[in-house]
Design a protein around this ligand. Structure first.
Ligand code: TYD
Ligand code: MG
Length: 457
């Protein structure tokens, strides 16, 4: 068949295309992101399209009230954490993208999902590992499932042939960067291949109401490799994160068409796979040394779930001319802002000090309610006085040193109470709470100085 050769330039950042090379992407504003890809367009004949579009079906408009709900049904998984992140189970016909750094445990999590699946057949397609490797991994996880099929294949056409044969109820593709379609001539992992393959799986998912999970790699910048378009195409984007040197792993829903809150699932990587962490606050705080300075506990909220996290700070005299500032698990710019507040509003001289900050457990926190805890950890280290181990914090700090209210304060207080804390510092602007309701002492403060006086005398 005559092939028409075509060259297109794609922006690697946003996926915009252009017939010629451009230095500055007009769509996303990035520089030097255009790469040339040779795409050979033949008449559509390969892959999923051919087998379904035989009789030239087209969609017909239907009245909203006539649409049956059955396709939206959720399958409740064995894995409570995944259920939570997905907003209560996996929705039939949904396309889910799971991203994460290499070696974080994406394949393990998905194989575990497949092996634990109790609602029919699972097809786990791997383009990265051999059957032997997957067998070894499944032995490590220690679960067997007669309905879980493994396919080592990278060509979408062959994958769909096997899908037609097996008729799975859940399809897992490990990974979207390794599969390729014959419709396009560019190499696997290129933007046009990723986009085309993803759209084939999208069509399959929607037409057959089968949930499909795509595993995706992450680039140096932390984006899911391939164009942003992939994130727009799928229903749910899950991010698997955590420090590889720590045992804890976090699954976060960055986008979810079927869930209302950005929920979080927490796992522990053990010798036999990923284990759900039912009480994360307890685990994150378990090995706290009570008499060390520079540590403070904050009550944060992830999704709907309160979570107690420990912040550690180290303040020391700068050895070199320019003081070093570094934060792990916390935004460095925000830390610098808090340091400036301490300096300017509260009169602490930290300008010539190195400041290091770490959120323990290898997790990342964006919740501003951690501000007060961060400030207290820094001052505790600077003054070398421990924060009393019965105290914790939940408040944002503003630019003038004022302590600002945070949302879901009652949930935070209850979590602190549950974990045995004696007192919690919150903003006095958090109105409408009744401190008498809790057995924990609720201290309402409005200025950073008040907290210091209370803590360090
Ligand atoms: P893997 O799931 O292959 O990660 P990805 O698919 O995201 O690249 O990586 C799993 C890592 O976890 C690997 O370093 C080995 C380790 N691991 C365990 O600690 N326990 C286990 O039971 C398994 C299967 C893996
Ligand atoms: Mg893998």
């Amino acid at each position: 068949m005559a092939a028409k050769t075509k060259t297109v330039f794609y922006c690697q950042n946003c996926g915009a295309q252009s017939p010629k090379w451009i230095g500055n992407c007009p769509a996303c504003g990035e520089w030097n992101t255009y790469v040339e890809e040779v795409i050979e367009t033949r008449k559509a004949e390969k892959g999923w399209e051919k087998s379904t579009d035989k009789n030239n079906r087209t969609a017909k408009p239907v009245k909203v009230k006539e649409i049956s709900r059955k396709n939206e049904d959720r399958v409740i998984l064995q894995d409570g954490e995944l259920n939570r992140v997905l907003g209560g189970g996996i929705v039939n016909g949904s396309l889910i993208l799971l991203g994460g750094d290499p070696g974080i445990g994406k394949s393990t999590l998905m194989l575990q999902l497949g092996l634990n699946y109790k609602h029919g057949k699972v097809l786990y397609v791997s383009g990265e590992e051999s059957e032997q490797q997957i067998k070894m991994r499944s032995e490590r996880i220690g679960i067997t499932n007669d309905e879980c099929y493994i396919l080592c294949e990278t060509l979408t056409k062959s994958i769909f042939l096997q899908i037609a044969e097996i008729q799975p109820d859940l399809v897992i593709i490990d990974s979207i960067q390794t599969v390729h379609t014959q419709k396009i001539e560019s190499s696997p992992g290129s933007i046009s291949q990723i986009r085309e393959c993803a759209s084939e799986f999208l069509r399959y998912a929607k037409e057959t109401s089968t949930p499909v999970v795509l595993i995706g790699h992450i680039t140096k910048e932390g984006n899911i490799a391939g164009p942003k378009i992939l994130e727009h195409m799928v229903d749910t984007v899950l991010q698997f994160e955590g420090d590889r040197n720590h045992v804890y792993r976090i699954v976060r829903a960055i986008k979810n068409r079927f869930g209302s809150t950005p929920e979080l699932g927490i796992y522990e990587m053990a010798g036999d796979g990923l284990r759900e962490v039912a009480n994360p606050s307890k685990v994150l705080l378990s090995d706290r040394d009570e008499n060390l300075s520079g540590s403070a506990v904050s009550a944060t909220v992830e999704g709907l779930r309160p979570l107690m996290v420990e912040t550690q700070a180290l303040v020391s005299t700068a050895v070199y001319g320019t003081p070093q500032r570094s934060a792990t698990g916390f935004d460095t710019r925000r830390m610098n802002m808090l340091l400036a507040v301490l300096e300017k509003r509260c009169g602490f001289r930290l300008g010539q000090k190195d400041v290091f900050l770490n959120i323990t457990g290898g997790i990342r926190v964006d919740d501003p309610a951690i501000d007060l805890g961060v400030i207290c950890a820094i001052l505790s280290s600077s003054e070398d006085i421990p924060v009393p181990s019965d105290s914790c914090f939940a408040a944002e700090v503003g630019l003038s040193g004022e302590i600002r209210p945070v949302n879901r304060i009652e949930a935070r207080i209850s979590e602190a109470e549950k974990l045995g804390f004696g007192r919690i510092f919150i903003s006095s602007y958090n109105k409408g709470i009744n401190p008498g309701k809790f057995s924990i002492k609720v201290l309402q403060v409005s200025k950073v100085e008040e907290v210091f006086r209370e803590l360090f005398g």
